[in-house]
Design a protein around this ligand. Structure first.
Ligand code: NAD
Length: 492
């Protein structure tokens, strides 16, 4: 493939031209080996277009560009200048919101209303970190009258960032915001299933005034470009969001190469707990949103639902009715809540979990099949009477499949909630403040929501306990993932 652009069309944008090359040094370039990868529309199962596929040589070129920028223009830029670039990038993303949202829906399949929400969150996140750029400070430490001691908070260097397909643009913003605000340069790899929104975003980088090489975006496969990033000797840190299995591989590669710093945001199997005294209508809305939002493709999806025995039957009947109201269909229809799953592979994976739930004897309350006969659509599915040892209660399904079980009391549900290798998020629904606080404190999870779900915000740290990850994204906490302290001691 020699071309670097393709003409595409969506119902929102009409026809537009998209760059398909690798974005290195503020330019779109062809992959060194001329390789490409096909991008599939999950709604129609048809190929949308091909984009350039980065291989090791391209990763080398992107790292060289990022290193030159780190040692040059980005190092000499003042913190305020770095912040202004990020703020301009946020403004440009806002100006191009319709295009970015439409492209996001096209290859990811997420509903256009969700995609617009994601772009809004991208803008807010970039603005937040733009504001941080000139507030990264060191300390003076008084030790002795004969010495002067101070610390500096310095960038790590060149950061490799590997993102997943479930929130392509939002994950990009979560990653680049703190990295660039603190003075690092970046080589970011998109997920192979969803490279298009990052390619639509990339031209804004130059327009925002970032010097060449500060932010490079490459499209390619995990086992090729992703592996080249995690083992690269010229990369100082790798930040990854995706599956726990790949997280382990990346950490091994980082350790075996140059011991680069690692942060991981991995999977989850989050408990969503409903007590007898909860406002049941509210709780059902949040439980529905917790599991079916983004088609269940959320690392923090509330996929283990524990309902106290006094309201169990009533809850299941009402939740069934609520889930059946969710509009499944074309992501470009304004009223659609749930579009297709991202790929045939994910569709097959989820359907194999549905089969396993049926085989292991859980009760299908609703759904349990594909939706329609074209596209990777799955019916919102509820399994009730799920035993704790069943696969659908233990493993991350990453699809619109809820597993419900009954519990007696607070001690039992804390034990059930913590009975998982994961620890990303959890939620509690109750009117009793005591119960809410006791359960929130006892659950081993990085985020706990009370009487709500998915209440994420760029000012609030997000990350996992146990096998759900290492480090925190968002908030002030994320800045620590991208800086290192230097202590300077001066003899007077
Ligand atoms: P994945 O972990 O394989 O892919 C995520 C990213 O990692 C992609 O950019 C991919 O190209 C890259 N990657 C894959 N193998 C790599 C390797 N060896 N070295 C470096 N990078 C590599 O996720 P998937 O296979 O697309 O999805 C599988 C499961 O992962 C999902 O069902 C879900 O459980 C989980 N997942 C979690 C999240 C999350 O937000 N935590 C996001 C996506 C997927």
């Amino acid at each position: 493939m020699s071309g670097l652009t393709v003409n595409l069309k969506t119902p929102i944008t009409g026809e537009f031209t998209l760059n398909t090359g690798l974005y290195i040094n503020n330019e779109f370039v062809a992959s060194a080996e001329g390789k490409t990868l096909e991008v599939v529309n999950p709604t129609t199962e048809e190929v949308i277009c091909s984009v350039h596929e980065a291989t090791e040589k391209d990763v080398d070129a992107a790292v060289a560009a990022a290193r030159k920028a780190f040692d040059g223009a980005w190092r000499t830029a003042t913190p305020q200048e770095r912040g202004i670039c990020l703020l301009k990038l946020a403004d440009l993303a806002e100006k191009n919101a319709d295009l970015l949202a439409a492209v996001e829906s096209l290859d990811n399949g997420k509903s256009i209303s969700n995609a617009r929400g994601d772009v809004g969150a991208v803008v807010a996140c970039l603005r937040y970190y733009g504001g941080w750029a000139d507030k990264i400070e060191g300390k003076t430490i008084d030790i002795s009258p004969d010495m002067f001691h101070y610390t500096r908070s310095e960038p790590l260097g060149v950061c490799g960032q590997i993102i997943p397909w479930n929130f392509p643009l939002l994950m990009l913003a979560w990653k680049i915001g703190p990295a660039l605000a603190t003075g690092n340069t970046v080589v970011l790899k998109t997920a192979e299933q969803t490279p298009l929104s990052a390619l639509a975003f990339a031209p804004l980088i130059k327009e925002a005034g970032f010097p060449p090489g500060v932010l490079n975006i490459i499209t390619g496969f995990g086992k090729v470009a992703g592996a080249a990033i995690s083992s690269h000797m010229g990369i100082d840190k790798v930040a990854f969001t995706g599956s726990t299995a790949v997280g382990r591989t990346i950490m091994k590669a980082a350790a075996a190469s140059n011991l680069k710093k690692v942060t991981l945001e991995l999977g989850g199997k989050s408990p969503n707990i409903v007590f007898n005294d909860a406002d049941i209508d509210e709780a059902i809305n949040w439980v529905n949103f917790g599991i079916y939002y983004n088609h269940g493709q959320c690392c923090c999806a509330g996929s283990r639902i524990y309902v106290q025995e006094g309201i169990y039957d009533k809850f299941i009947a009402a939740f069934k009715a609520r889930a059946e109201e969710n509009k499944v269909g074309d992501p470009f229809h304004e009223e659609t809540f749930q579009g297709p799953q991202v790929s045939q592979l994910q569709f097959d994976r989820i359907m194999s979990y549905v089969k396993s739930g049926k085989d292991e004897g859980a009760t299908v309350v609703t759904g349990g099949d594909r939706h329609g006969d074209k596209g990777y659509f799955i019916q919102p599915t509820i399994f009730a009477d799920v035993r704790q040892d069943m696969k659908i209660m233990q493993e991350e399904i990453f699809g619109p499949v809820a597993a419900i079980a009954k519990f007696k009391d607070i001690e039992e549900v804390i034990a059930l909630g913590n009975d998982s290798n994961y620890g990303l998020a959890a939620a509690v629904h109750t009117k009793d403040l005591n119960t809410a606080i006791r359960v929130s404190n006892a659950l081993r999870a990085g985020t706990v929501w009370v009487n709500c779900y998915n209440a994420l915000h760029h000012q609030l740290p997000f990350g996992g306990y146990k096998e759900s990850g290492i480090g925190r994204e968002l908030g002030e906490a994320a800045l620590a993932n991208y800086t290192q302290n230097k202590s300077v001691a001066i003899k007077l």
